[in-house]
Design a protein around this ligand. Structure first.
Ligand SMILES: Cc1cc2nc3c(=O)[nH]c(=O)nc-3n(C[C@H](O)[C@H](O)[C@H](O)COP(=O)(O)OP(=O)(O)OC[C@H]3O[C@@H](n4cnc5c(N)ncnc54)[C@H](O)[C@@H]3O)c2cc1C
Length: 365
């Protein structure tokens, strides 16, 4: 066995982990099935909070395509508007972000081999011959299935498309649509510019519905898309729950492979990269000082499982809801002042901090 670390998957979690390990002087190799890191990144959206992006320290500056200062949430005949006087989130070009992260990983000294899909036999061989094997290979992880990690129990099937010549009224807001049609999740539109827009939908994996069919129904009803020109579309999936175990012997899982994703929105970049930082520190200490790799499991859960669980509880609450009940919830939220509270304190990554603030507000007002 040598002192190397092998990472399967050059997504944002795998590449940021490779960069962090290589900059600590570790010997790191990353394998990915695709020929270009931007290939599969475009299947996903890139709505990220500025504070979250700055916290995780990935090179996003050249990948920003738009700045958002709010969100409009629709259901039936009700609408909730959250609008701040500052930028709340950035729209990131996922392909460009992947390329910039690759450059940083290689500059730090990681070796990245593209166009090589690893099968079960290959990952078993790598685990035998190397100090640490990391599965950063997404929700349908070959590493996780080869070594019988517990399954990801909940997921959504998604379809995302891009359009030109759309009619964008407000470039600074993302719109979300909650209804029976997007069962268990929601549909969305994200403006890239005055004319270019992304639209998408997620449907619960339990609903056994085709996301492309659900998307076509949504597309027909959305006025922004009525005269828009479809350019590209992708089907994909998002894990909505974490695996019960993410470390076994010398093997660890990170990012979507571990299920480190917010169940409310499907956002996985901030949590995945944050957990990759914890994993980098654990691997360094494991290789240099012999501390157990198992500490990664304890440390990432201690730091993030409360927030991930809150996202999961909120998601379970609304996922079975009818449009009628959504309308009631929206009306109640307005009465409780949710629009102005979220406009001021909305934090899409850390609901625990927001909830704390909400209750402190009640105690101090
Ligand atoms: C429609 C959609 C919208 C989204 N919107 C957002 C958003 O707005 N904000 C946000 O934060 N997150 C969003 N996400 C989630 C986000 O995209 C993921 O959480 C993130 O990409 C996970 O990164 P990762 O590196 O863990 O895995 P991935 O990005 O899935 O990368 C895994 C990599 O492993 C490779 N691979 C897999 N198997 C093998 C193998 N056997 N051998 C070699 N290589 C292999 C794949 O080619 C892939 O490149 C969205 C996802 C979707 C689908």
């Amino acid at each position: 066995m040598n002192g190397s670390v092998v990472i399967v998957g050059a997504g944002v979690a795998g590449l940021s982990l490779a960069r962090d390990l290589a900059s600590k002087g570790m010997d790191v190799t990353v394998y990915d099935a695709k020929l270009h890191v931007s290939d599969s990144a475009s299947k996903a959206s890139g709505i990220l909070s500025v504070s979250g992006l700055n916290r995780i320290g990935i090179p996003y500056q050249k990948a920003v395509v738009n700045r958002l200062n709010g969100a409009v949430l629709h259901t039936g005949n009700e609408t909730l508007r959250v609008k701040a006087d500052h930028t709340m989130a950035l729209v990131i070009d996922r392909g460009k972000l992947a390329e910039a992260t690759l450059i940083e990983a290689e500059k730090a000294g990681a070796s990245v081999i593209l166009g090589k899909r690893l099968d079960r036999e290959a990952v078993r061989d790598i685990a035998r011959k190397n100090m640490v094997l990391v599965g950063a290979d997404g929700a349908v992880s070959t590493v996780a299935s080869t070594f019988s990690f517990p399954p990801i129990k909940e997921y959504v099937l998604t379809y995302k498309a891009e359009y030109n010549s759309a009619r964008v009224d407000d470039m600074r807001v993302v719109e979300m649509f909650f209804s029976d049609a997007a069962s268990g999740f929601f549909a969305w539109t994200v403006p890239y510019s005055k004319e270019k827009v992304e639209a998408g939908i997620g449907v619960s994996g339990f609903a056994k519905r085709n996301s492309a069919t659900a998307f076509r129904a949504f597309e027909k009803t959305n006025s922004m898309l009525s005269n828009a020109r479809f350019t590209k579309g992708w089907a994909s999936m998002i894990p909505l729950s974490s695996r019960k175990v993410t470390v076994k012997d010398n093997i660890a899982l990170v990012g979507d492979a571990a299920g480190q994703v917010k169940a409310t929105t499907g956002g996985g970049i901030i949590f995945g990269v944050s957990c990759a930082k914890i994993l980098a520190a654990t691997i360094e200490s494991h290789i240099r000082k012999g501390t157990p790799l198992l500490r990664y499991e304890r440390d990432w859960r201690r730091r993030y499982s409360m927030d991930l669980r809150l996202h999961s509880m909120l998601h379970s609450y609304y996922s079975g809801m009818s449009t009628r009940n959504f309308e009631l919830l929206f009306r109640l939220s307005k009465l409780l002042g949710a629009e102005s509270f979220l406009s001021k304190y909305g934090d899409m990554d850390r609901p625990s901090a927001m909830i704390k603030r909400f209750f402190l507000r009640d105690l101090t007002s």
